[in-house]
Design a protein around this ligand. Structure first.
Ligand code: DGL
Length: 280
């Protein structure tokens, strides 16, 4: 029609979605927290369920997978990316930041910043995470970068992810395994314990039952707080009452549906398979 502008209207930056990804569905603990703290934001999540776990893979593989997923999110024109996976945050943040100018937030720095604010200088802090995250030294690096003087004692806990996914987070088996992992940290005088893996908020109750003296730092919560500040500082906040949550996974089985409920604990607008790949 004459006189009417036929050019498609560009979506303003703050109306766009936030992209969040993880090696699988554990990152839904981070998504849930973002959704709780920023209910007006549209969220697009990618869980690499065909290739999970990342926690015992090489850095080159983790970087390649992460780049493939980021390409998927960038194709959906997201305004910011949250790397919900601790293992991917440990290895792939620089590679991701090289791909885009939009803000990219990992889960390690927010957790470490919270530790440096809360814990006394020179005190002992514990870190539990996957083997990959622990051997990357990413938390130590982040602590140094944030001028933290706390002494970090870390422990890889590879049995916790399968235990939690199989519904054993509050079982006797979990208690036995946790004691084995956490006793040295308790003996060293740990006050704050960093939960350095997407899954661990689900085992927090059992940890506190065994070690009530620990104060837990949950990276999901801290990351959502920093994301809110980042969006607000850059004028990127979407001021709306309602928003959509869309989940994409690289493989779908019945157990993925169960994990979606376990980690996100409410319904989503979309939950479907999408392929990523060919990082050339
Ligand atoms: N999402 C991973 C993390 O936070 C845990 C599961 C995995 O090993 O891929 O490190």
């Amino acid at each position: 029609m004459r006189g009417r502008c036929s050019r498609p209207r560009m979506m303003s930056q703050n109306q766009k979605s936030i992209g969040v990804f993880d090696s699988g569905l554990g990152g839904l603990t981070v998504l849930r927290e973002i959704h709780r703290q920023l209910p007006g934001e549209n969220l697009i999540y990618f869980g690499d369920t065909a290739r999970v776990p990342y926690g015992n893979k090489s850095s080159a593989t983790i970087i390649r997978y992460s780049r493939e997923i980021v390409r998927f999110l960038l194709a959906r024109d997201v305004k910011a990316i949250v790397v919900a996976c601790n293992t991917a945050s440990s290895y792939a943040l620089d590679a991701i930041r090289d791909m885009t100018d939009i803000p990219v937030l990992g889960v390690i720095d927010p957790a470490v910043r919270s530790l440096t604010h809360k814990a006394k200088a020179g005190s002992v802090a514990g870190l539990i995470a996957t083997k990959g995250t622990i051997s990357s030294g990413a938390y130590e690096k982040a602590l140094k970068g944030n001028h933290g003087s706390q002494q970090l004692i870390s422990k890889a806990c590879p049995l916790l992810v399968p235990l939690i996914e199989e519904g054993y987070a509050e079982s006797k088996a979990a208690e036995l395994i946790l004691r084995d992992y956490l006793e040295p940290l308790a003996a060293a005088g740990t006050e704050y314990l960093l939960l350095g893996c997407t899954h661990y908020p689900l085992i927090a109750i059992t940890i506190l039952r065994l070690y009530p003296q620990f104060k837990l730092i949950d990276s999901a919560e801290e990351t959502a707080i920093e994301l809110r500040t980042l969006l607000s500082d850059r004028g990127l906040m979407r001021d709306a009452q309602a928003a959509s949550v869309e989940l994409f996974v690289s493989d779908m089985t019945d157990s993925m549906r169960a994990l979606q409920q376990l980690f996100f604990q409410s319904n989503v607008d979309k939950f479907e398979v999408a392929q990523v790949g060919d990082d050339h």
